[in-house]
Write a protein that binds this ligand. Sequence first.
Ligand code: TXA
Ligand code: MG
Length: 398
Amino acid sequence: STQVLKCDPSSISFDADGVPLIKSSETLAAIRTASRHLVEDLQTVAFPTETVYGLGALALDASASARIFATKGRPPDNPLIVHISSQYMLLSLLPAGYTIPSAYRVLIEHFWPGPLTLLFPRDPAKIPSIITAGQPTVAIRMPSHPVARALIAISGSPLAAPSANSSGKPSPTRAEHVLRDLGGKLGLILDGGFCDVGLESTVVDGLHEDGSIRVLRPGGVPVEDIERVLQQNFNQGAVPKVLVHRRDFLDEDIEQAPTTPGMKYRHYSPSVPVKLLRTISKPPPGVEVITPLDLLDSLKRSMTSCKSLKVGLMTPSDSSIVEGLVNDAEIQWHQYVLGSSAEPAVTAQRLFDGLLTLEKAGVDIILIEEVSEDREGLAIMNRVKKAAGEAYWITMSA
Ligand code: TXA
Ligand code: MG
């Protein structure tokens, strides 16, 4: 059975070198226990980060990291992120004599610790190939969650950690999500409460010769913030270009290989079908645009004769289509309210929790309303499009 140990993140602080000071004895004991699982038993441990819960194992031990793949049912060609607790740990992982690119220095200064993952060249003598799935690069991030950072620091070793979910499922943002999905498959979960950011880190590749900063996966750090920080720290004319995968560049290699997060495999899907309600974007030519009433009709047609349909509905708090839908009494509605359309960070925080909460409530289908792709919205829509099998284009005018 899986043990769950509570941690109080507010009882943890760090000195300038990243050494943790833990005031709560319960939290200290929990983190020490987790560290023993990792270091002495080479086991996996689930722990909170500011983005989502991670499933950690010693990054520099190939057999420990192999357990991550087994626990998640993760395809072996999908590389893992290495989590560190200090800049010193970063240097210890890089090839000898390697110079960190100036754009990375700026990004590290502004966004670490935090939800930003950077690709670095892999030193094969240091990083086991199982971590990088044979890629010549290794993804590294320094999480800001006190429990994550303290666990890494006390273990004295970087931790490889994907999101702590079965491959293909939504990422967990609460300890109970991990327990429901992976309970029995791992020994220990550290429960540090819910994850503030709620979406995975932004994955950035700045190793191209053209000096561009390529966003492979949008995430917790908005692209707008990366652009602003680079503009503020480089001379005019020397500001690195920020390119977003699929928006600004398409990379054949990335399309083919699974190195780009979520490209090859199904992702973020609960066990019930998810449909996207397009209310903002322009429908492509030829696509049918329907009213909320048409949508209700279509849902009812799919209803089996004896039982009433349970529909999960995830919409912004200021949604304009909710009222037209939930007044219909023939359907049992389960509403999950996201942030207002002016608060994409709140929607990000609630997205995976909404999918997992509605799945647990036993709904037959989940409808998610589109949000604009500004700031966190880009990462939100990236996840939603992967979770949703199909989209309906909705118009309010009959
Ligand atoms: O916020 C996060 O990043 C969370 C928390 C736990 O830190 N972790 C996470 O890990 O989302 P995971 O494994 O679910 O997603 C990491 C993604 C993978 O989809 C992988 O394709 C990509 O990062 N990745 C890892 N190494 C890479 C590399 N060398 N090149 C390109 N992409 C890489
Ligand atoms: Mg994941």
